[in-house]
Design a protein around this ligand. Structure first.
Ligand SMILES: Cc1cc2nc3c(=O)[nH]c(=O)nc-3n(C[C@H](O)[C@H](O)[C@H](O)COP(=O)(O)OP(=O)(O)OC[C@H]3O[C@@H](n4cnc5c(N)ncnc54)[C@H](O)[C@@H]3O)c2cc1C
Length: 416
């Protein structure tokens, strides 16, 4: 089957969804082709813009961007574009019923490992400033919940000098879905809290702690699609400040944000084809004419005027490796990596590892370039983790780069 559209976006992580939405809002007819759901669904859903540069914590990500290498995606798209992208997402999430705010500088969010993690744009329920102002804090989990252990969280938090003298209390709520016959996750409870009986259960279970502690630290369990409303309702009814902690996958807050974006794509008329994998491209003299995808129904050919490739990194399938070489998977673009695979990683656990920042080299328009800076494909842009030049884990910049590059690629494609 052959289809034709203005723009094809490959990948439905934050980069792909952002690019598609922005281009569609500029009047383009857009199709997303995607194999899986992307990392947003397993992320904590708080947008890290830039937490560290060269291992040093930064307070204001925007003023620190000038210290990044020239090939870093933020340097390529420009600070103004990053700010515009963040503002755009904040508005979109607010319209979708989820209020996300940015503070003066990076926020320090509490994780379920008991660490403080820098992040920039965060749902209100994650803002943890209130723990600074109170002395008594209850740390809450649910019986049988995987990976949320108040004892560990408290031990770790008390290693921070400003939290060492706080009085923390461990609280375990009864498991309301014991019939699950397995460990439960915050996602199970968040879904249950969307039901009237689930909300009542949470309110009743928290009441005794709310009488004694002004702040309750909890895993992200205050609902899914209506989390903002439910969180507000609980805080007001219990006269307490509830702070949701950043959890490990499944990413409750990432799924909340993903659902808002999915609905926005639907409203913008973006055609989304799921469970399909782009496997090859037809390129004539530097112009991509079409992509071929495979799915259970067979092969399809997708023609477009331009293409945005937001296929993620190694985990999502945008990049592949073999000993001594790495490449981008649709066009087969080789990535600039040493032949000796040992040189890809640093022997120091927190050292700089090349594999962590490998990706497609692009110019300011996010088009792929060769070593000399010549454009290789003139109607193809790359966005998100498939772009090289940054280490999202070390920098804490994952969703920030995905958002900014997706926004920039979608805006440029929308103007053509
Ligand atoms: C566990 C975890 C937690 C994280 N937490 C945070 C966090 O709290 N804050 C933060 O800022 N960052 C976080 N990150 C980093 C952040 O999630 C990623 O950097 C970011 O989501 C990358 O987005 P992306 O759109 O570039 O790629 P992805 O989200 O990886 O999306 C790639 C998409 O492309 C699709 N795809 C790939 N190849 C093909 C193909 N050939 N054909 C069709 N489709 C294809 C995939 O199925 C997927 O839909 C986390 C990452 C992980 C793994």
């Amino acid at each position: 089957m052959n289809r034709k559209t203005d723009l094809v976006v490959v990948g439905s992580g934050l980069a792909g969804m952002t690019a598609a939405l922005i281009a569609a809002q500029s009047g383009k007819q857009v199709t997303i082709l995607t194999h899986g759901v992307g990392s947003l669904a397993i992320s904590s859903g708080t947008v890290d813009v830039l937490g560290y540069v060269d291992g040093k914590a930064v307070d204001d990500p925007f003023s620190a961007m000038g210290d990044l290498p020239e090939q870093h995606p933020y340097r390529l798209v420009g600070e103004g574009e990053v700010r515009a992208a963040v503002d755009w997402l904040r508005n979109l999430s607010r319209k979708g019923g989820l209020s996300m705010t940015a503070a003066e500088g990076n926020r320090r969010l509490v994780t379920v490992m008991g660490t403080l993690k820098p992040s920039w744009l965060t749902p209100d329920s994650f803002c943890a400033e209130a723990i600074e102002d109170v002395h008594r804090i209850a740390v809450i989990t649910v019986e049988g919940m995987k990976d949320v252990h108040p004892g560990l969280i408290i031990d770790q938090l008390q290693r921070y000098p400003h939290l060492a003298k706080k009085e923390f209390f461990e609280a375990v709520l009864p498991n309301p879905i014991a019939h699950a016959h397995r460990n439960i996750t915050p996602l199970d409870i968040a879904r249950y809290v969307e039901t009237p009986e689930g909300l009542q259960w949470l309110k009743d279970s928290l009441t005794p702690y709310a009488k004694l502690y002004p702040v309750l630290l909890m895993p992200p369990i205050c609902g899914m699609d209506h989390s903002q409303q439910l969180w507000n309702q609980l805080c007001m009814a219990l006269k307490v400040k509830i702070i949701e902690m950043v959890s490990i996958p499944p990413g409750v807050a990432g799924l909340r944000l993903r659902e808002i974006m999915r609905k926005a794509l639907n409203s913008a008329g973006v055609y989304v084809v799921e469970n399909t994998q782009a496997v090859s491209a037809e390129v004539e003299e530097g112009t991509c004419r079409a992509l071929t995808t495979v799915a259970t129904g067979g092969e399809n050919r997708w023609e477009a005027d331009s293409f945005i490739i937001a296929t993620g990194g190694l985990l999502s399938g945008g990049i592949s490796t073999a000993p001594g070489k790495a490449w981008e998977t649709i066009f087969g673009l080789p990535l600039d990596m040493p032949e000796q695979t040992e040189e890809w990683s640093s022997p120091a656990i927190f050292g700089k590892s090349l594999f962590a920042s490998m990706g497609v080299k692009v110019n300011e328009d996010l088009k792929p370039v060769d070593k000399d800076g010549n454009v290789i494909l003139n109607n193809v842009r790359f966005a998100g983790r498939t772009v090289g030049g940054y280490d999202f884990a070390a920098e804490k910049s994952g969703l920030g780069v995905a958002l900014a590059t997706g926004w920039h690629a979608g805006s440029l494609a929308g103007k053509e």
